[in-house]
Design a protein around this ligand. Structure first.
Ligand SMILES: C[S@@+](CC[C@H](N)C(=O)[O-])C[C@H]1O[C@@H](n2cnc3c(N)ncnc32)[C@H](O)[C@@H]1O
Ligand code: SF4
Ligand code: SF4
Length: 371
């Protein structure tokens, strides 16, 4: 363990990727059990919207348990935030609790961060993705996440989405990227393994190889309670992130339970569409709101009283922090090297047909939340 840490430090110091000083300082503070003061987080996740066309029955957005108001990230506030965060942010995750490509300016916003030298990743149900838009955005990684190899299976979890649409958009993107070999876009396809689709994993992997994605990801499923666990967790325990013995006793808990530690939140921050910061993606409903980065600034929130108190709580009584109940922690964020966009797209036409207006999406989300 000590040897691995020393290797990591040596590698960071010799390679000096963007954010290396912050990662070292903040991780050392975590190790020393100090809640702050910290340097800026190297990892930022931002929510383009918490509205979605799908109704995935474990996701708070999909099952109508999103208690935050539905809304869309304001482009001007986003740009100002990226200007502030770009010098210190190594990785930006452009998604949280909704479908990122329902934001009409998703591609432009990603491109803005890319042009500021940030490595950007996103994740999508695939329905609205436009290949030209993705190529233009120069997003470093996009992951299409599907729920089965045929429509009937796919829609058991990816409720209200069309597998053929997602597959067509994905295949178009692969073809387009082939014509632009200098593009930085890396294409991933993910398969959320569940009880009803586990027999299709091999078929998924064969298909992913055949269509030529860069990476295929078989995703262990998350659930929030025993009822969901019984309905969705696969028979094949290799895909289980949960403790099997505890499950047999009727208790849902992860295999690894962190003990008053979480180096992740010493290095990362999660932002809702309105700029409210929360500790991590396990807080979809903003139980632990830390402040607003659009109003207060990133470092002020990250080192603010609420964030510091939250980290203190993690150090002292993590077992009583409800959002940690089903989490094993995420370890250290990766520091990715973001090559600048290798080419410019002078003219691009982004197809936004079928994407609901922001007003429609907000009204619909309010309906689901009202039950
Ligand atoms: C809340 S979604 C937002 C992004 C996008 N709407 C999507 O679903 O890909 C964030 C991530 O959670 C994943 N996800 C959703 N439900 C899941 C589940 N029950 N288990 C594991 N991952 C899940 C999605 O596939 C995606 O990678
Ligand atoms: S597609 Fe993503 S955001 Fe939408 S309901 Fe499913 S998991 Fe949630
Ligand atoms: S939920 Fe997970 S990532 Fe978030 S603070 Fe708790 S252990 Fe850390």
């Amino acid at each position: 363990m000590l040897k691995r840490k020393a290797q990591l430090v040596a590698e960071l110091v010799s390679r000096r990727p963007k954010g290396w000083r912050s990662l070292l300082w903040n991780s050392a503070m975590a190790q020393l059990r100090r809640p702050g003061p910290l340097m800026a987080p190297v990892h930022v996740s931002i929510e383009p919207t918490n509205a979605c066309n799908a109704r995935c029955p474990v996701c708070e957005t999909g099952k109508g348990e999103m208690h935050r108001r539905a809304g869309f990230l304001d482009e001007h506030a986003y740009r100002a935030f990226i200007d502030e965060a770009a010098p210190t942010t190594a990785v930006l995750m452009f998604y949280f609790m909704g479908e990122p490509f329902m934001h009409r300016s998703a591609y432009e916003m990603i491109r803005y961060a890319r042009d500021k030298g940030i490595y950007v990743e996103t994740c999508t149900n695939g329905d609205f993705v436009d290949a030209h838009g993705v190529l233009y955005s120069d997003v470093n990684r996009i992951s299409f996440q599907i729920g089965g190899m045929d429509q009937a299976t796919h829609q058991i979890y990816r409720v209200r989405t069309r597998l053929d649409k997602a597959m067509r958009n994905l295949e178009e993107l692969i073809a387009l990227r082939r014509r632009h070999p200098h593009s930085n876009v890396e294409i991933e396809v993910g398969f959320i393994v569940m009880r009803h689709n586990e027999h299709q994993v091999e078929e998924f992997l064969r298909w992913a190889r055949a269509i030529g994605v860069d990476r295929a990801n078989v995703i262990d499923p998350c659930v929030r309670n025993m009822a969901e666990a019984k309905r969705f967790l696969p028979e094949d325990r290799r895909y289980w992130y949960y403790d099997e013995e505890a499950f047999a006793r009727g208790v849902l808990k992860p295999k690894k339970v962190p003990n008053n530690e979480c180096v992740w939140i010493w290095n990362s921050i999660q932002l809702n569409w309105d700029g409210t910061a929360v500790p991590c993606c396990r807080d979809p409903n903003g139980l632990f709101a830390l402040g607003n980065v659009f109003d207060q600034g990133l470092l002020a929130v990250f080192n603010g009283e609420r964030a510091t108190d939250f980290r203190r709580r993690i150090l002292r009584e993590q077992g009583k922090v409800p959002i940690c109940r089903l989490c094993s922690g995420y370890g250290l964020p990766r520091l990715e090297h973001a090559k600048p966009a290798a080419f410019t797209v002078d003219r691009h036409t982004i197809n936004r047909d079928g994407v609901p207006s922001h007003e429609q999406a907000i009204a619909e989300a309010a309906d689901i939340a009202a039950g």
